[in-house]
Design a protein around this ligand. Structure first.
Ligand SMILES: Cc1cc2nc3c(=O)[nH]c(=O)nc-3n(C[C@H](O)[C@H](O)[C@H](O)COP(=O)(O)OP(=O)(O)OC[C@H]3O[C@@H](n4cnc5c(N)ncnc54)[C@H](O)[C@@H]3O)c2cc1C
Length: 398
């Protein structure tokens, strides 16, 4: 009998899984349905460049229709999953265009599954920090396309003073991004003749400037060379937007003229509402098989999980191959057997260091990254990848 595979989330992880499954499974074996709240696919790495006027809001480098990225065999439902019921193996979808479902009066549809893949990503929750509301007129960020555009205006109006970049909580998406922004903004200020009039300070919650020690060791001297101040053990306790002060639980108060904040992150609301996640809404996930712990035939990948790896598109990408392999094997009643059968924590990403240079971070659960000397080569590779992404990654071709 044809099995129903439901995938929640049309970001990096969900899209790759759907496309690999569509290629590997015969349509008599499985019907693959992907549900996404937006019907769009966002490529967040390019948000980093928006504050510096290098990518536009309407650019197709940052947002495309999900349908155009999916194999024709994948059904796409544009709707919000509002409840996941793993006991009865069903999802409640609001405002969705129903496919194989029983519609109810409240414009909600119930979809049942044999296998469920949760790829709902993460969300920023500024209100988790006192003083940091959704309204960004007292602070800035680049963790949404609109936020990055507003930050561009703030930078255009900035005429020197204290520029503070702060990480508001761990984990957050793309660990290198705040450091990349710091290096890029230092270059931007220098080129505009504002560097001499600006003090840049980077605030980070841990005992070093980056989550991974081997990277912190490479990056710290670079901050020092560029006269960028940094404070570690700075766990933000709140912001006073009127006085323009950011405070830490450790008792420090840092004044600013322009604050660029990485807001606290949580898992998707539906995970919380369905009682499936931990206190931050991350799904307890087996680090090798990607099964959601305590659930049958439920898998998770990407930012939605509690895995001890970077919340990154790269991790979601490597995990998607493993997850698809395991699902194909399960449908064929076989043991997963090729090299993709277990996730080993693999991540590969770049870290822009400014002035057309970048380094590369390659690591897994066992081996920390050994970043090479920053060079034009890695910067160009990142630029190329940020364009090639749309043609090779969501399709699961690499
Ligand atoms: C500024 C910035 C720069 C970054 N740079 C890099 C980089 O250089 N390299 C890198 O590897 N990563 C980078 N990342 C991180 C990367 O973008 C994310 O880690 C990645 O997108 C996670 O993929 P995902 O599939 O888990 O989730 P997402 O891509 O976030 O997709 C989740 C999807 O689920 C959908 N969804 C959520 N809830 C529901 C629901 N209830 N019902 C239906 N649909 C739902 C959403 O609409 C969304 O489409 C960056 C992130 C940011 C913010």
């Amino acid at each position: 009998m044809t099995k129903q595979i439901l995938i929640i989330g049309g970001g990096v992880g969900g899209t790759i899984v759907a496309n690999i499954l569509a290629r590997r499974l015969h349509h008599n074996e499985a019907e693959i349905t992907l549900i996404d709240s937006t019907g769009k696919h966002a490529y967040m790495p390019n948000w980093l460049y928006m504050p510096f006027n290098q990518v536009e809001l309407d650019s197709d480098l940052i947002l495309r229709d999900e349908r155009g990225l999916l194999n024709k065999q994948v059904h796409l439902v544009h709707g919000d999953v509002v409840r996941i019921d793993t006991q009865n193996k069903e999802l409640t979808i609001r405002h969705g265009k129903p496919v194989h479902s029983s519609t109810t009066e409240t414009n909600e549809a119930i979809h049942t599954y044999d296998y469920l893949v949760i790829a709902t990503g993460s969300r920023i929750v500024p209100s988790d920090l006192p003083g940091l509301s959704e309204n960004t007129d007292k602070w800035n960020h680049f963790y949404s396309a609109e936020g990055a555009l507003a930050l561009r205006s703030s930078l255009e109006q900035f005429n020197g003073g204290r520029l503070v970049i702060a990480v508001g909580g761990i984990p957050y998406r793309c660990p290198p991004a705040p450091l990349e922004f710091t290096f890029l903004v230092e270059e931007w200020l220098t080129k505009r003749g504002l560097r001499d009039r600006t003090e840049i300070q980077y605030l980070f919650p841990l005992s070093r400037v980056f989550t991974i020690e081997s990277v912190a060791e490479v990056v710290t001297p670079m901050l020092e060379e560029r006269h960028i101040l940094y404070s570690t053990f700075f766990n933000t306790s709140g912001i006073d937007g009127e006085k323009k002060i950011i405070s830490s639980e450790e008792g420090e108060e840092v004044p600013y003229d322009l604050l660029v904040m990485i807001p606290p992150h949580r898992g998707a609301k539906v995970i919380e509402l369905s009682g499936l996640g931990d206190e931050q809404g991350w799904l307890p996930t087996d680090r090798h098989t990607l099964e959601v712990k305590g659930q049958k035939n439920v898998f998770a990948l990407g930012d939605a999980t509690d895995l001890p790896v970077s919340k990154s598109g790269s991790a979601a990408h490597f995990e998607a191959k493993v997850l698809a392999e395991r699902l194909v094997a399960a449908l064929h009643d076989e043991e997963p057997h090729n090299g993709n059968a277990e996730y080993d924590g693999e991540v590969m990403c770049f870290l822009e260091t400014g002035y057309n240079k970048a380094t590369q971070l390659v690591f897994n659960y066992e081996h920390p990254p050994r970043p090479p000397r920053p060079s034009l080569y890695y910067h160009m590779e990142k630029q190329l990848f940020n364009r090639a992404y749309w043609f090779i990654v969501p399709q699961g071709l690499v």
